[in-house]
Design a protein around this ligand. Structure first.
Ligand code: NAD
Ligand code: UDP
Length: 387
């Protein structure tokens, strides 16, 4: 591998160009990671996915200088995967079903995708002595300990009862009939398996737990670049409502709390993991922005304001309506009450901190949504039969 002058890792050593297999490279996070690797590093990417719409701009000449190649394959049933893993120095697995609307309505697909389909990837890395960065989720923590205390209990204010810490917090899921937790449970078991491969067979692994990464290209806008009846994650749901000038739907009152992080901040953390293996191997990292906490209701209010600013349209007269989770998601939905990441471990190992405020990340993301979709939405609203 060649050494590219000028780029040093956190310990001052020159960074060598490597080959990276990215599974799920055509998704939201994958597309931003590929973009970053092409723009700022010398590494070569073997991009694996069943779709490539979100990375087309990187694959087409003249931008692609041979450092990224797309392999359209389904990792469920394609024997070519092992060859690609063997060819690369590092595999990053992003492939998953990861939209809450699927967890209780397609529980089998959810469990297969997040556990069974990830097994061969772990095995190929372990058997061939290859490094693995596996994407898990903050949802692995489930509900906070504090959520089980009475509403006005003083310990609810104590960070020990709500801040989520990689090496100390328990994983608390609801009963089996709440199929929402099938995703978190499948992710938990694959984490445990990877950890065990590390302990027993020496697999060099890093596990990433993303806390609500958001930004351009996340999911789809129903009826425009995804199914009309599809339910994406909250950023795309609310964007869709704003683009169509309809009220934003608050599930069960919008009381759940989330911390949102700008995708570009989060990708910086992933790049540090890629280029500092000695600091990242064997670690589980929360990646989120603890300073950007809001309730879903507050998020809806902020997005309404920001969208009005970037689109020049007046704010909606009735900005939100309440909807029950049973009506919105169906039977078996449940929710994480609060998600604040502890940042001690990633700070210590990689010296990383997020820096984009919620207001700024919504400003740039909704500017993108408006620019990308407003015309198409106008057309479908004017001519509904053609959509
Ligand atoms: P995404 O749905 O945009 O990307 C996933 C990609 O994987 C898609 O392009 C999909 O086509 C691909 N894929 C799925 N199954 C595949 C298969 N069998 N073969 C080949 N490709 C397949 O989701 P994302 O937001 O980019 O998330 C990536 C990872 O991060 C997932 O593992 C997810 O669980 C995790 N995660 C993300 C967030 C977040 O905030 N975005 C939060 C928690 C966890
Ligand atoms: N939500 C909502 N309205 C919507 C979509 C989502 O109130 O139109 C809520 C959902 O119930 C959850 C939060 O927004 O409390 C975040 O949902 P998302 O789908 O982004 O994923 P999660 O953070 O739960 O993994």
């Amino acid at each position: 591998a060649s050494t590219v002058e000028g780029r040093l890792d956190l310990d001052g050593n020159p960074i060598k160009a490597i080959k990276i297999c990215i599974i799920g490279a055509g998704g939201f996070i994958g597309s931003h990671l590929c973009e970053k690797l092409m723009a700022e590093t010398p590494h070569t990417v073997f991009a694996v996915d069943v779709y490539n719409d979100k990375i087309k701009h990187l694959l087409e000449p003249p931008r692609a200088d041979g450092r990224i190649q797309f392999h359209r394959l389904n990792i469920k049933n394609d024997s070519r995967l092992e060859g690609i893993v063997k060819l690369c120095d590092l595999t990053i697995n992003l492939a998953a079903i990861c939209t809450p609307a699927d967890y209780n309505t397609r529980p089998l697909d959810t469990i297969y995708s997040n556990f069974i389909d990830a097994l061969p990837v772990v095995k190929f890395c372990s058997e061939n002595g290859k490094r693995l960065i596996h994407f898990s989720t903050c949802e692995i923590y489930g509900k906070t300990v504090g959520s089980f205390l009475p509403k006005d209990h003083p310990l609810r204010q104590d960070p020990d009862f709500y801040v989520l810490k990689e090496d100390a917090s328990p994983c608390i899921f609801g009963p089996i009939e709440k199929q929402r937790w099938s995703y978190a449970c499948a992710k938990q078991l694959i984490e445990r398996l990877i950890y065990a491969e590390g302990a027993e067979n020496g697999l060099e692994f890093t596990i990433v737990r993303p806390f609500n990464w958001i930004g351009p290209r996340m999911d789809f806008i129903p009826g425009i670049d995804g199914p009309s009846e599809g339910v994406p994650r909250v950023l795309a749901c609310f964007s869709n409502n704003l683009l169509r000038r309809e009220p934003l739907k608050l599930v069960d009152g919008g009381e759940s709390q989330r911390t949102f992080i700008y995708i570009k901040d989060a990708i910086e953390a992933v790049l540090l993991m890629i280029e500092n293996p000695s600091r990242a191997n064997g670690q589980i990292f929360n990646v989120g922005n603890p300073n950007n906490e809001v309730s879903v209701r507050q998020l809806a209010e902020m997005m309404t304001q920001v969208y009005s600013k970037v689109s020049g349209e007046p704010p909606l007269e009735v900005p939100t309506i309440d909807v029950s989770s049973k009506v919105f998601y169906g039977e078996g939905y449940d929710d994480s009450d609060r998600r604040i990441p502890d940042m001690t471990i990633i700070n210590k190992q990689l010296g990383w901190n997020p820096n984009t405020s919620l207001w700024d990340l919504l400003d740039s993301t909704l500017t993108y949504q408006h620019r990308t979709y407003a015309e198409a939405i106008k057309k479908t609203l004017a001519n509904p039969t053609t959509s």
